[in-house]
Design a protein around this ligand. Structure first.
Ligand code: SF4
Ligand code: SF4
Length: 387
C-alpha cells in the first residue's frame, strides 16, 4: 500500500471508529440500564464464569510500602479460616472456574499459617492454576516453602530491588537481607523439587533499572535468574492512587502516578473480572482497591451464606451497575487508574437491545389487555415477589 492509499484507508477507518463509539455510548446510556434492571436479560447476556477469583488468605501485612494504602486500612485484621476458603473453591469449581489467585488486596498471603492447606485443597479439587503475589518477607520461615510449593503454580515476589537502604525507603521495613535469604532458600528448593512451577521477581522500583540489578542482594540472585529458576516479571514504575489515598508526595525517586481517565460514564469492565473473597467470606465484586475499608458498596454477600454463582451477577452486583449508570459510583472507583470501560461487540449490543424491546413490548401488551388468557405468574415474577 503506498502512502496515499494508506492515508485514505486510515481516514475511512476514523468515521467507522467514531460511529462505533457513538453507538456504544447510546447503548450504555439508553439500553444497558434496562438490561441491568431485568434479571433474566442480564443473566442471559452478561453473566459469565469469572476467569479467576482472588481468595484473601489474610488482610495483615508485614510491610508498609510507600505506594500502598495498607497503612490507612481500618478493617479488623484476620486470616481466613480454611472452611471459608474450601467453600469458595468448591463454588468456583461448580461454576467451571479454573484459576485462583491467593492474593489479598491488602496484606500478605504468607502471613496466613494455613495457606498451605488452602493451596493443597484447591489443587486436590482440580483447580488448574494457583498463584499469588507476596513480598517474600516470610519465605525463610521454617517449613513454609515445603508446605506451599508443591501446590503452587506461580509465586510472584514483589520487591524494590535488594539494597538495604532502598528497601527501607520504599517498603518501609528493614527486610532486604531476610527477603534475599528467603528467595535463595526458595530457589534451592525449586532446583531440587521443580516447584513452584514458576517464580517471578516483580519489581516496584524508584530507580533506574540497571541500578537495581547492581544491588548486593540482586547480585546474589543472578545465578538463579541466569539458569531460569527465577524470572523477571513485570516492572512497575507508575502507581495507582488507591482511590485518591496515594499521591505524588508518597512516592520516592523516579516513581510516578498513573494517569486517571476522567470520563467514566460507562461502568468499569473489571466489575465482572476480578472478584475476591475477603477473609471473613464476603465476596468483593472487584478486588483492586479500597478506600479505608473493604466493607463498602463493592462488597456483596458472604460465600458461606449463598453459593458464589448466585452472589456474582446477583441482585446486589446488578445494583452496583445500575447505580453506576445513575452516576453513583463505588468509592474506590472515582479515582482508580485501572478503570476500563465495559465493552460489547455491536452484535451483542443489538441482541440485548432486541431482548429489552421484546420484553417491554410484551409487558405493555399485557398491560393494555391484549391477551385474554388469565395471567400465570412467571418464575421470575414469583422469585421477585418472594424478595
Ligand atoms: S503493597 Fe503489599 S507488601 Fe506492600 S504494604 Fe501493601 S499489601 Fe503489604
Ligand atoms: S474502577 Fe477500579 S476499583 Fe472500580 S471496578 Fe474498576 S478496577 Fe475496580
Amino acid at each position: 500500500m503506498n502512502s496515499l492509499s494508506q492515508r485514505a484507508h486510515s481516514l475511512s477507518r476514523a468515521p467507522r471508529r467514531w460511529l462505533k463509539k457513538a453507538a456504544s455510548r447510546v447503548f450504555f446510556r439508553h439500553v444497558f440500564p434496562r438490561v441491568a434492571a431485568r434479571r433474566d436479560i442480564f443473566e442471559r447476556f452478561v453473566k459469565e464464569t469469572p476467569d479467576r477469583i482472588m481468595i484473601f488468605p489474610s488482610n495483615l501485612c508485614n510491610a508498609l510500602c510507600s505506594f500502598c494504602a495498607y497503612p490507612t486500612n481500618k478493617d479488623p485484621k484476620q486470616s481466613m479460616p480454611n472452611e471459608i476458603a474450601f467453600k469458595a473453591v468448591d463454588d468456583l469449581i461448580a461454576m467451571g472456574g479454573k484459576t485462583i489467585n491467593f492474593t489479598p488486596n491488602l496484606g500478605d498471603p504468607l502471613v496466613d499459617p494455613l495457606l498451605g492447606d488452602k493451596l493443597a485443597y484447591a489443587k486436590s479439587k482440580g483447580i488448574e492454576k494457583t498463584y499469588f503475589f507476596t513480598n517474600g518477607i516470610l519465605l525463610d520461615r521454617d517449613g513454609l516453602i515445603e508446605k506451599i510449593s508443591p501446590h503452587l503454580d506461580l509465586m510472584r515476589i514483589s520487591l524494590p530491588g535488594l539494597d538495604r537502604d532502598n528497601y527501607i525507603a520504599v517498603f518501609k521495613v528493614d527486610k532486604a537481607e531476610k527477603v534475599t535469604r528467603g528467595i535463595i532458600k526458595l530457589c534451592e528448593y525449586k532446583r531440587r523439587h521443580g516447584n513452584p512451577r514458576r517464580v517471578t521477581l516483580e519489581l516496584r522500583i524508584d530507580r533506574p533499572r540497571d541500578e537495581v540489578f547492581q544491588d548486593d542482594g540482586m547480585k546474589r540472585l543472578a545465578p538463579y535468574i541466569e539458569d531460569g529458576t527465577l524470572e523477571i516479571g513485570e516492572i512497575y514504575e507508575e502507581f495507582d492512587t488507591w482511590g485518591g489515598v496515594i499521591g505524588e508526595t508518597d512516592l520516592s525517586g523516579t516513581m510516578k502516578m498513573r494517569e486517571i481517565v476522567s470520563d467514566r460514564e460507562v461502568p468499569c469492565g473489571r466489575l465482572f473480572e476480578n472478584p475476591g473473597i475477603l477473609p471473613d467470606g464476603h465476596v468483593r465484586a472487584c478486588s483492586c482497591f479500597y478506600v479505608g475499608t473493604n466493607y463498602d458498596k463493592l462488597t456483596l454477600e458472604k460465600v458461606t451464606d449463598r453459593p458464589l454463582s448466585e452472589i456474582l451477577y446477583g441482585d446486589q452486583h446488578r445494583e452496583i451497575i445500575a447505580d453506576w449508570m445513575k452516576g453513583d459510583l463505588p468509592t474506590p472507583c472515582h479515582k482508580c487508574t485501572y478503570y476500563e470501560q465495559m465493552r460489547y461487540p455491536i452484535a451483542e449490543q443489538l441482541a440485548m437491545t432486541a431482548a429489552v424491546l421484546r420484553k417491554e413490548r410484551k409487558k405493555s401488551s399485557l398491560r393494555s389487555g391484549e391477551f385474554d388468557a388469565p395471567l400465570r405468574p412467571s418464575t421470575e415474577n414469583m422469585r421477585a415477589g418472594s424478595r
